[in-house]
Each structure stands twice: as structure tokens, then as C-alpha cells.
Design a protein around this ligand. Structure first.
Ligand code: ZN
Length: 309
């Protein structure tokens, strides 16, 4: 009897609560998750992010098999996804373009550079690598994909050989999220499964990652640190390993989502009022008035570049 009374009381209270909420219909309530989904798409959805996608663009032109997977090139596949991301302004650049499509003007108007290379790392001109490094140190984000681990720019910024073990046997790969607190791993499940991928295995000769986001398991038994981040100067770097050219990995929505998250994370959001890079400036005028000194300093000659202009 008590149970029955409790049941009717509960029904009555539920009704009262629904009235108090303005009698929202079930239909309206079901819209709420959609609204919150768009709100969580990025904390500042209006923010503009200028993305440049570099691809050496060799396999897709020389190999029929790869061309069928990526008729617009790997850069084209990635760009077509990124163009639909809110706020993204997307450009592409390839090796054969003058200055590899990475002129001063392009890099100076790039917030985040994405990099895919494999067969022609040595064809990338050192002066362009210098230019990219300078921009990264000055705050440009860099997202390095797959065999870009062996690119000049990644090795330069890491300072290690960046070598790894590999095997091409169309193996199943499971990329486990090991850092659920990170914006780059948002919006995907506990892992991403790729039916066929090239095996990348340890040891991966990189400096200790500042944040390890993914660890991959491969069908053949190897494991690999497949998603990791670093800072260099003011710049943020994200390495993400899936993306072998003979598998349709850049058509995988979860992989593309992680890359878009990586771009959003890598954009500089710090303090841009501090001095630039490579500076070692003489400060002639202290902020505060210094007290009288009873000590005479000797004056040393310094190279011209150390002196305040
Ligand atoms: Zn590969």
C-alpha cells in the first residue's frame, strides 16, 4: 500500500516539475544535445584558423594504385575535410610549386602548417626548412603526419633521428587514447581502429613527448607512440602516425577529426606581446630608477647584434 502511494506521489511530482519547466515537449528536449554539441565544437567557434596543408604529392602522381585512393592527392583529401571545419581557412602547398608553395607570405599568414612527406624529404630545400623552423619558434603550429616523422623539419625541431621500425603488411591498428583530458582526443571513442595500416613500431627515436595522447597496437604485436605533442619556442607541434599512402586512411572520419582537433590545439593562443625569437637584447633603460652605485663596472665590447637598436 505504501509503495502504491509512493508511486502516485511520484507521478504527481513529475507532472508538477514538467509544468514548472514550461511544459517542454519531448521534441524540444531531444534538441538539447544537438545544441550542446555545436557549442562544444570549439570554445570560440568564430575563431579563424589559417591552415596550410603541405604534401610532397609524388606517390599519387606516379602510382596508379595510390592515385585511385587519392585522386586529388593526400592534401586534397585532407583539405576537403578541413574546409568544412568552422573557422578554418584552408590552403595547400606541394613540393613542385615555387618555394614548395611555402613562401614567406604564405607562412606568415599560416597559423598551422600540416605536413605529409615520404619519398622526397631530401628534396625539400634547406632554406625553406629554416623558414618553417623560424615560424614555428615564433608561434606557428605544426601537425606532422605519418612518414613526416622523417622530414627535415620534424627532425630539426626534435633534435633526434626520429627513426622507427616499420612493416608493410596491411595490419589492423588500434590507436588507444591514453590522454582523455586533451582537446586533441575529444569527440572520439576509447580507441580508433584502422583495418589496414603500415606498422610503425618502437623504438621511435623522439625526445620524451610533453604529452602522449595515443598508443597504437598492431596485429603483428608491436606497439607505437602514435600521437604526441611538444612545444618548440612559441610553437606547438603534434605528431600523428596513421596515414600510409596505399590505404584510404585520410578518408577515415575519426583520423580526420583528430587532425582537425590537432590543428585547433596547435594554433598559438599565448602572449604575443613578449619579445620575438633569437633576441638577446641590451636593455639600456631599466623600468625602475636604479640606486646610486659605489662600484664602477668595466665596459666590454659586445657584438653589434646584441646591442639595442
Ligand atoms: Zn608509410
Amino acid at each position: 500500500m505504501k509503495m502504491l502511494l509512493f508511486f502516485f506521489l511520484s507521478i504527481f511530482l513529475m507532472g508538477a516539475v514538467m509544468m514548472a519547466c514550461g511544459g517542454k515537449s519531448g521534441n524540444q528536449q531531444s534538441k538539447a544535445p544537438e545544441e550542446s554539441h555545436s557549442a562544444t565544437h570549439g570554445e570560440t567557434p568564430q575563431e579563424v584558423i589559417r591552415v596550410t596543408i603541405f604534401n610532397e604529392y609524388i606517390h599519387e602522381r606516379e602510382n596508379e594504385f595510390v592515385r585511385k585512393i587519392y585522386p586529388q592527392g593526400i592534401h586534397g583529401a585532407i583539405a576537403s575535410y578541413m574546409k568544412n571545419e568552422p573557422g578554418f581557412i584552408v590552403r595547400t602547398a606541394t613540393l613542385d610549386e615555387p618555394e614548395h608553395g611555402l613562401t614567406e607570405e604564405v607562412l606568415n599568414s599560416t597559423d598551422v602548417l600540416m605536413w605529409w612527406g615520404h619519398a622526397a624529404h631530401d628534396k625539400v630545400k634547406d632554406e625553406i626548412v629554416d623558414r618553417i623552423q623560424k615560424r614555428v619558434l615564433d608561434g606557428m603550429g605544426l601537425v606532422v603526419m605519418h612518414s613526416g616523422h622523417y622530414s627535415k623539419i620534424f627532425k630539426r625541431l626534435m633534435g633526434t633521428s626520429c627513426g622507427l621500425c616499420w612493416r608493410e603488411a596491411a595490419e589492423r591498428e588500434r590507436l588507444w587514447v591514453v590522454n582523455p583530458y586533451h582537446p586533441i582526443t575529444q569527440g572520439i571513442g576509447p580507441y580508433i581502429e584502422i583495418p589496414n595500416d603500415e606498422m610503425y613500431g618502437e623504438r621511435f627515436d623522439i625526445p620524451e613527448p610533453e604529452e602522449l595522447l595515443f598508443i597504437s597496437w598492431f596485429e603483428g604485436g608491436e606497439v607505437f607512440r602514435s600521437g604526441a605533442t611538444w612545444h618548440r619556442g612559441k610553437g606547438k607541434i603534434f605528431y600523428f602516425s596513421p596515414g600510409h599512402e596505399t590505404y584510404p586512411i585520410f578518408h577515415n572520419m575519426e583520423v580526420l577529426k583528430v587532425l582537425a582537433n590537432g590543428v585547433r590545439w596547435a594554433k598559438f593562443h599565448g602572449n604575443d606581446q613578449t619579445t620575438g625569437i633569437g633576441g638577446c637584447y641590451q636593455v639600456k633603460e631599466p623600468l625602475e630608477k636604479l640606486s646610486e652605485k659605489d662600484y664602477k663596472t668595466g665596459v666590454l665590447e659586445h657584438p653589434e647584434e646584441f646591442m639595442q637598436k
